[in-house]
Design a protein around this ligand. Structure first.
Ligand SMILES: Cc1cc2nc3c(=O)[nH]c(=O)nc-3n(C[C@H](O)[C@H](O)[C@H](O)COP(=O)(O)OP(=O)(O)OC[C@H]3O[C@@H](n4cnc5c(N)ncnc54)[C@H](O)[C@@H]3O)c2cc1C
Length: 314
């Protein structure tokens, strides 16, 4: 039965780190508690943590192995994890592995599969008859094409009547294509070729295994406001699952990556200028050209200010 991830991130304690003192195999109670549970996403999808290898403690062990040192106090270990992530010393994070079972529409899977550093095993449409399960967006997810983002949709959804018309069209399309698929199967056509008329809204399932370093990269990209809403919803649930496996590492990822932004050289100049510190002289000024207040063009300034306001990379 599907279960929702609810509640705030739990307070860290030593038990979050590692259950058994030997350190050989980390069993993490917070992760054990959610193993095998289905967390629903979209109308029919889910994410399930199938297994994990290591957690915060494994990162610490891996990082300290070169010094022959073990774990220290909780505070020191968390600080080390934070230091490692902040300085992009990412290989200790690759010692932690998570395996998910995911049910997702094919159009989401097409975006997801671009993350090449995972290991994937997907249900075979050559072997099995595909189930009659299609994604139907909720009315509030149905918006016109965005005016300023060629890849996205507008923030304002359609009115209820138009949304319901869109849903009807989508529903009819999937029903017709599935009926045709069944017709071809009943004619004896091979499943591998009968499926070619099925739409991208059809649900598929896979096992997806990835290390924590690359999982954080996936989460960074897919939790960004530019990511498509539907994959964003999966990433949200996966972030919460990951917090159960490696809470200190997830907190560092959120602090430095998810809620942090990068500044370009000219943006740094602009920041220094605003803070009243001496900025690097801009090239035009050095060449004796007209002085202007900012090294950024008007458009760049707008992007910079939006970055400051929203806290998102632009
Ligand atoms: C908002 C958004 C819009 C996008 N739009 C498009 C689009 O329009 N068209 C499109 O085709 N794609 C699009 N993508 C996909 C995007 O270009 C990446 O392919 C995808 O996000 C995977 O990122 P990645 O390569 O960092 O991840 P992974 O494949 O998981 O790789 C992780 C990291 O490993 C390293 N790595 C992996 N493979 C190699 C390699 N072969 N050589 C060197 N280093 C490697 C890199 O450092 C990489 O960042 C979009 C992605 C996002 C988030």
């Amino acid at each position: 039965m599907a279960q929702k991830i609810v509640g705030e991130p739990r307070a860290f304690n030593l038990w979050n780190f590692c259950y058994n003192a030997s350190m050989a195999h980390c069993s993490i109670p917070e992760a054990e508690a959610i193993l095998d549970k289905e967390f629903p996403v979209l109308d029919k999808g889910f994410v399930r943590l199938v297994d994990y290898l290591g957690g915060d403690q494994r990162i610490v062990q891996a990082a300290r192995v070169s010094y022959g040192e073990g774990t220290k106090s909780y505070r020191e270990d968390s600080a080390l994890i934070d230091y490692l992530w902040r300085h992009e010393h990412t290989s200790p994070f690759e010692q932690v592995i998570l395996t998910f079972h995911v049910k997702l529409p094919i159009f989401v899977a097409r975006q997801w599969i671009r993350h090449r550093t995972a290991r994937v095993n997907e249900i075979s449409g050559r072997y099995s008859v595909m189930r009659d399960e299609f994604f139907m967006p909720e009315p509030e997810a149905l918006s016109p094409q965005s005016d300023d983002n060629k890849q996205g949709r507008s923030d304002t959804p359609f009115d209820a009547q138009t949304a319901s018309q869109v849903q009807e069209i989508l529903k009819e399309g999937s029903q017709i294509s599935y009926a045709r698929y069944k017709q071809l199967i009943d004619l004896g056509l091979a499943r591998e070729i009968a499926r070619i008329g099925l739409p991208l809204s059809l649900y598929t399932e896979w096992y997806w295994q990835i290390d924590l370093h690359n999982l954080f990269r996936f989460l960074m990209l897919r939790l960004d406001p530019h990511a498509q809403r539907e994959i964003h919803e999966y990433a949200n649930v996966m972030l919460e699952i990951t917090r159960h496996v490696a809470p200190a590492a997830t907190a560092s990822f959120e602090r430095h990556t998810l809620r942090g932004v990068r500044f370009s050289g000219p943006e740094m100049e602009e920041l220094r200028r605003r803070l009243g510190k001496e900025a690097e002289p801009d090239r035009k000024e050095m060449e004796g050209g007209a002085t202007h207040e900012s090294a950024l063009s008007q458009k760049e300034l707008e992007r910079f200010e939006e970055k400051l306001r929203s806290g998102h990379q632009r």
